[in-house]
Design a protein around this ligand. Structure first.
Ligand SMILES: [Ca+2]
Length: 190
């Protein structure tokens, strides 16, 4: 499972200097016990520094303006940072740039500041919880197995119940058919 917090490169959050901020990454890596990489929050799995797709060096003039606006994001903003993915932007807009930079020293507060009902990949596990779990909030197939099981069971309980009833009915019918053949055979022999 790929993970996360490319927070390692919330570079951009730091005010424009392209260097890594390992505090976020180290915190959630330790808390979840899972491997984490930049693609959790950034468009490029290598993070923001570089000239590849989704990295600062590849931004055009308009995207650079968006990046500047993102550096001024306040809590509740609706800004798209061109180097962040949907989850990275969710964090930025929920917390705001300045507060997020402050939380570099206390990353454990970040999940509590995210929307409680946001589930970007619709897998039934809220984004903030996936952050804590070390799973990818943008991948519906990446989640703690038992949480995904519960979500899918609740979501598909009617179909599961119908399959169960059909199976039980089929077995019951087959048993009675065998019994009928057995009785008939005994009568013919006697
Ligand atoms: Ca989710």
């Amino acid at each position: 499972m790929r993970f996360f917090l490319s927070f390692a490169l919330l570079t951009f959050f730091g005010g424009g200097t392209a260097f890594a901020h390992p505090e976020y990454l180290n915190y959630f890596k330790k808390e979840s016990g899972r491997a984490i990489n930049c693609s959790e929050c950034h468009l490029n799995p290598e993070g923001p520094a570089g000239n590849g797709p989704g990295q600062i060096g590849s931004l055009n003039a308009q995207q650079k303006k968006m990046l500047e606006l993102a550096r001024q994001a306040k809590p509740g903003a609706h800004i798209t940072n061109p180097i962040l993915n949907a989850f990275g932007n969710e964090i930025l807009n929920a917390i705001g740039h300045d507060k997020l930079v402050q939380l570099e020293q206390d990353p454990g507060k970040i999940p509590g500041l995210l929307p409680k009902n946001s589930d970007l990949d619709h897998d039934g596990i809220p984004d903030y919880q996936e952050l804590l779990d070390g799973t990818n909030p943008l991948d519906p197939n990446d989640g703690l197995p038992w949480k995904l099981f519960i979500h899918n069971f609740v979501k598909n309980w009617f179909q599961i119940m119908m399959i169960f009833l059909a199976t039980v009915s089929g077995i019951f019918g087959l048993c009675n058919l065998i019994l009928w053949f057995s009785i008939k055979a005994k009568k013919e022999l006697s």
